[in-house]
Design a protein around this ligand. Structure first.
Ligand SMILES: Cc1cc2nc3c(=O)[nH]c(=O)nc-3n(C[C@H](O)[C@H](O)[C@H](O)COP(=O)(O)OP(=O)(O)OC[C@H]3O[C@@H](n4cnc5c(N)ncnc54)[C@H](O)[C@@H]3O)c2cc1C
Length: 419
């Protein structure tokens, strides 16, 4: 399939970009541009600034006006995501020969940070979809790449990542879903828990056991939605991430062609972890977008809200809190971008840095958003104000794609075993 390529796409939209993106969904009477010290475009190349502008523009115009409705009505915004895919955001780091944008991990982080200012939950799903598309692009053979990647990059079809099971979360390598070889099919039995997009998506990248215990017995299969024996649990009721469904994915004698296996038998756990290295940067980037938006919302609120005869911005305690939030935001961004560069360059510290970024940034950004809510007082607790949704949406980033405790395990293991 011929690829338009990212620059082609950018050129079509570049002229309509506004430099200072504005969060238009909050009821603050005054809107201001981005303060220079937290400007996320610092240090980027001209080309990256263009991607970023496109993503901010999309977040502002196509996502932010709907983010509260998508949350409250639990709507999966398929058409909006397809519009994002027209900009190249369906396969950002997938290779161009199968419809991807062929961008770097750093470019990807910049894009997800910007998109998240418009809706964290939707962007986070797009990031999982991108991760699945990249796994097929990277570990699939020519037929698999040709069959699945173009329809994923265009978001004609949507993907889900299936690792977690009811009995195996943090200890993912203990998964029990079996895939028994019978002729030219694997017969899958078992169930996956907490699958983002589950039931509404079309393509399931499933980690399952084809061999003995432990990670070496795990393989990775692509399961298409129409496959007999595939079914779904009820839609989970969640604190946040409500613009994307979460369901159990169930396999009962589900026959999947051997041709749908990514890589060799036994390579599935490695493939799953390789996907998650990038996934952790992506999810941290989504937290950055939320924190960036919340620092701006808090700043704007302090500048207009009056108590004790003056605006809150004159209160030194709140000034210092705001300064801390901005500092933690910028430090978080630097770590994410360093990890993204390490992963792109396949450096030996990449796995640790991706884990550090996920741990540090999702914790810091949650605290930033929560502090922004506090600065809004009672208004911050109202659903009319976006700040509460950012808090609810990014809370789960400390839990999924490996909990932050698991991140500590990975980092300390590498510290203690590498010489
Ligand atoms: C909204 C949502 C979407 C999700 N989407 C997906 C998805 O698309 N695909 C998918 O595969 N999974 C998904 N997950 C699952 C997610 O990855 C798991 O919830 C996560 O890995 C934790 O597993 P668990 O819930 O079983 O918790 P457990 O593993 O039971 O952990 C419970 C607590 O104990 C801690 N803990 C466990 N072991 C240790 C240890 N050795 N040392 C210290 N602390 C420990 C954990 O950190 C955690 O705090 C999603 C989850 C949620 C909530």
């Amino acid at each position: 399939m011929a690829a338009l390529g990212p620059l082609g796409r950018i050129a079509r939209f570049g002229s309509s970009i506004c430099r200072n993106h504005r969060l238009i969904y909050n009821r603050s009477p005054q809107r201001r541009g981005i303060a220079s010290c937290i400007d996320p475009s610092h240090g980027l190349t001209d080309e990256q600034k263009e991607f970023q502008k496109v993503a901010f523009d999309f977040a502002t115009n196509e996502m932010a006006p709907h983010m509260a409705e998508w949350d409250q009505k639990e709507m999966f915004p398929v058409e909006t995501m397809r519009k994002a895919a027209e900009l190249g955001f369906g396969g950002i780091y997938v290779q161009p020969d199968v419809g991807g944008s062929g961008l770097s991990r750093l470019d990807t982080s910049v894009i997800f940070e910007a998109l998240s200012t418009g809706c964290v939950s939707t962007t986070a799903y797009i990031s999982i979809h991108n991760m699945c598309a990249w796994m097929i692009d990277t570990f699939g053979n020519a037929e698999q790449r040709e069959k699945f990647c173009p329809i994923l990059c265009s978001m004609e079809k949507f993907a889900s990542y299936c690792l977690t099971e009811p009995g195996s979360g943090s200890d993912a390598a203990s998964l029990l879903t079996t895939a028994q070889l019978k002729g030219d099919h694997y017969i899958l039995n078992g169930s996956k828990a907490f699958i983002s997009g589950g039931g509404d998506t079309d393509i399931y990248v499933v980690m399952c056991r084809t061999g003995g215990k432990g990670p070496k017995g795990i393989s990775c299969l692509v399961v298409e939605k129409e496959t007999p024996g595939l079914s779904f649990g009820k839609k989970e009721k969640k604190v946040g991430w409500n613009s994307q469904p979460t369901r159990a994915v169930i396999f009962e004698d589900c026959a999947v062609p051997v041709a749908n296996r990514l890589g060799a038998e036994g390579q599935g756990f490695g493939i799953a972890m390789r996907g998650l290295n990038g996934g952790r940067i992506n999810i941290a980037s989504c937290s950055l977008g939320a924190a960036h938006a919340c620092v701006q919302l808090a700043r704007d609120h302090l500048l207009v809200r009056k108590q004790f005869g003056e605006t809150l911005s004159n209160n030194q305690f709140l000034q210092f809190k705001l300064a801390e939030m901005a500092t933690r935001l910028v430090a978080s961004r630097l770590l994410v971008r360093e990890a993204a560069t390490a992963l792109q360059e396949n450096r030996s510290d990449a796995v640790s840095l991706c884990s550090m970024a996920k741990l540090f940034v999702t914790d810091e950004c949650f605290d930033i958003c929560n502090q922004a809510l506090q600065m809004h007082g009672g208004y911050g607790y109202l659903k009319d104000y976006a700040v509460q949704q950012f808090v609810r949406d990014i809370r789960v980033h400390q839990i999924l794609e490996g909990t932050n405790e698991v991140m500590r395990m990975i980092i300390s293991r590498n510290l203690l075993t590498e010489s």
